[in-house]
Design a protein around this ligand. Structure first.
Ligand SMILES: O=C(O)CCCC[C@@H]1SC[C@@H]2NC(=O)N[C@@H]21
Length: 254
């Protein structure tokens, strides 16, 4: 059972953790360290000067929020590696539910965590490799623990924070310890039971499942009933012309 972690450890078996004061981005730092990584390593920074979000957006990081990247070598194809975003979302849901009532939390495809309807956490995946398997995978995670970022423009979901939603006070390092534990459990589940079980867990926490939503792909807006995610992690909408599997989009609720 997941319990509150402390930044003093222990870290999950086989994992390492590095805590830095200031970096440009923990994603960039992970890529710099990639050649020397011999075991899964969490890289946390108290401050980031050039944090990035999905689709080239900036990520605003007031002090007291979590900035961390897990880098490891998953021995997976790029498509298999990409499914790790669902593991990360499940782990975030579990970790956050230690500090705030779980009925306020929901997962939004592809990889956001909502708290009282606002975005409390985001996930960014990056990988490198030219063969059939990725050489390394980085899972970047930002969690608004203490502060709600200001100046976020054009977001489909307004940001919120654990503090704003009445959650417990927790330091980034203590939260990371809880999250690291939850993520290691997800990896073990993937190895033992396969992606279907990860997907089922994700779907059980999904926002607006069975309801009408809109996916903005960049080329078109697709509106339909949110039916499922498929075995590749695509969003499945039932539209007026039949089921559509959507690999990448921003989601809007009606
Ligand atoms: O757009 C999103 O929702 C993803 C945001 C990911 C932000 C995190 S903070 C830690 C890591 N370092 C970065 O530069 N980005 C990710």
């Amino acid at each position: 059972m997941l319990t509150k972690g402390t930044g003093h450890g222990p870290w999950p078996e086989g994992y390492a953790c590095v805590v830095l004061d200031t970096v440009d981005s923990t994603m960039t730092e992970a890529a710099r360290r990639a050649p020397d990584i011999t075991r899964p390593t969490w890289i946390m920074a108290k401050h980031q000067t050039a944090a990035r979000g999905r689709r080239g957006r900036a990520w605003i990081v007031p002090e007291g929020n979590l900035n961390a990247t897990l880098i490891f070598r998953p021995e997976a194809t790029p498509a298999e590696a990409a499914k790790r975003s669902f593991l990360a979302a499940n782990a975030l849901y579990q970790a956050l539910s230690i500090y705030v009532s779980a009925d306020k939390l929901a997962l939004k495809w592809p990889n956001d965590v909502l708290l009282s309807g606002g975005k409390v956490a985001g996930i960014l995946l990056e990988s490198s490799g030219s063969g059939p398997f990725v050489n390394w995978l980085s899972i970047g995670i930002g969690v608004n623990l203490k502060h709600t970022p200001e100046g976020v423009e054009g977001a489909a979901f307004a940001p919120t924070s654990l503090a704003a939603a009445g959650g417990d006070v927790v330091s980034p390092k203590d939260f990371l310890a809880t999250l690291a534990d939850a993520y290691a459990t997800q990896e073990a589940k993937l190895m033992r039971l396969g992606f279907d079980r990860i997907r089922d867990e994700w779907l059980s926490k999904a926002a607006r499942l069975g309801e009408v939503i809109t996916a903005r792909t960049g080329r078109e807006d697709v509106t339909g009933i949110f039916d499922s995610i498929d075995r590749d992690g695509n969003l499945v909408l039932i539209t007026g012309t039949g089921p559509r599997a959507i690999p990448a989009a921003d989601i809007f609720f009606s």
